[in-house]
Write a protein that binds this ligand. Structure first.
Ligand SMILES: NC(=O)c1ccc[n+]([C@@H]2O[C@H](COP(=O)([O-])OP(=O)(O)OC[C@H]3O[C@@H](n4cnc5c(N)ncnc54)[C@H](O)[C@@H]3O)[C@@H](O)[C@H]2O)c1
Length: 369
């Protein structure tokens, strides 16, 4: 009979509480969309949280959920190496989730230098800073599904496929992967773990959907803005296939990866795909169709993209490795992810339920399955 994993025996909530409760966690990019969900999840798990980011946008999820009540913030630039190093050595984190990034493809065409500075050099700055810590520290560098050299064929990329990136955002994240790999071999080599006590892994997650995202140029915020203003949703790339994933599936992957490394600091320090199941693919048009149906009313309009910068049209991830070795499985298929996302916005915008409450309800429900 096959041995049952720790996760199957105890459930994800118990496993994560065991590893994170009372631990010091630094989140870079904590004022962003994923960072705010991560604060809420780690607070639920009983962690002590500190964040390092730029100031939140006025209407951000971070502000809507009053994240400042459960997390101490340092508002500074990830490019400021000395400041970052000071904050890291002062806080002495057990875990760092490095999310801070210029996170969008289209702005990366307008300001490629800034995108590379933040995404690539920002990663250097985080990894260079932890060299100053003498205690054990686990670092999860969050990159993206877009780090692969995309051949635009019906193929699901595996962790050992070539890195690449057409647009500056994707390339800057591929650089972050190479940087993490270099630091891992040069300074945090598994063979010398007892000397340096650092573990660095990278996590490549899919196109995230979930409540509380207000970023420009992302399909869900565009959709919700159009639906609430009773305007047609403008769709740029209706036929594009993306690995859509509910935010909690991605975050549970980051958390489980961190927990696994804490249990065995050398075995899991590598790159991990954390995407949806292989057969769970939807085009942008299908995603919008489902969302409009779930919202109950709305229209869309496909817009000409001839003068728009290049964006990948076919992207799939193979996450077999994470499912096999981390015991991680995406709990929500893309339709459930869309349903939960629409539910979040309906509760907040129509029923006027507090964003912190609905977010916590969705987190508790995720951990209880
Ligand atoms: N949202 C997605 O679909 C998706 C998919 C795959 C990977 N990712 C990655 O996940 C991470 C989080 O994504 P998100 O959607 O929450 O992004 P976001 O844009 O909502 O948040 C970005 C965060 O980074 C911080 N940041 C930006 N520039 C900074 C700088 N110069 N100095 C310090 N902090 C800075 C911001 O203040 C914010 O806290 C990013 O690394 C992103 O590339 C996102």
């Amino acid at each position: 009979m096959e041995k049952r994993s720790e996760m199957e025996n105890m459930g994800i909530e118990t496993v994560l509480k065991k590893k994170y409760s009372g631990k010091k966690i630094l989140i870079t990019g904590h004022t962003g969309f994923k960072g705010s969900w991560l604060i809420s999840a780690l607070n639920f798990l009983g962690a002590e949280i500190r964040g390092y980011s730029l100031h939140p946008d006025k209407d951000s999820l971070f502000n809507l959920m009053h994240c400042d009540k459960v997390c101490q913030s340092v508002f500074a630039d990830i490019r400021a190496q000395e400041k970052l190093e000071y904050e890291i050595t002062q806080f002495q984190p057990d875990f760092i989730f490095h999310l801070a990034a210029q996170s969008l493809v289209r702005p990366s065409y307008s300001d490629p230098a800034y995108t590379f500075e933040v995404n690539s050099m920002g990663t250097v700055n985080v990894l260079n800073s932890i060299r100053k810590l003498t205690k054990p520290c686990v670092v999860i560098v969050v990159t993206t599904d877009k780090v692969y050299e995309n051949r635009e064929i019906n193929y699901s990329y595996q962790e050992n496929d070539s890195l690449g990136g057409y647009d500056p955002y994707s390339a800057s994240k591929a650089c972050a992967e190479i940087i993490a790999s270099s630091f891992r071999r040069s300074f945090f080599n598994a063979e010398n773990y007892n000397e340096h006590k650092k573990s660095v892994a990278t996590a490549r997650a899919g196109n995230v959907i979930g409540g509380g995202d207000w970023a420009k140029d992302r399909i869900i915020p565009d959709l919700i803005n159009s639906l609430t203003q009773k305007k047609a949703v403008k769709i740029r790339n209706p036929g594009s296939i993306r690995p859509w994933q509910h935010v909690l599936d991605g975050l549970s992957g980051y958390l489980l990866l961190g927990a696994k490394i804490a249990g065995d600091p050398v075995r899991y320090s590598e790159a991990w795909n954390l995407g949806p199941k292989d057969n769970d693919t939807l085009t942008v048009l299908e995603l919008v169709g489902h969302a409009i149906k779930m919202w109950g009313t709305g229209k869309y309009e496909c817009v000409n993209t001839d003068d728009q910068p290049h964006e990948a049209s076919l992207l799939k991830l193979d996450s077999t490795k994470a499912m096999k070795h981390l015991g991680w499985v995406p709990k929500y298929d893309s339709r459930t992810g869309i349903m939960l996302t629409i539910e979040w916005y309906r509760k907040v915008l129509v029923e006027k339920i507090s964003p912190a409450d609905i977010t916590l309800t969705q987190i508790k429900s995720y951990f209880s399955i």
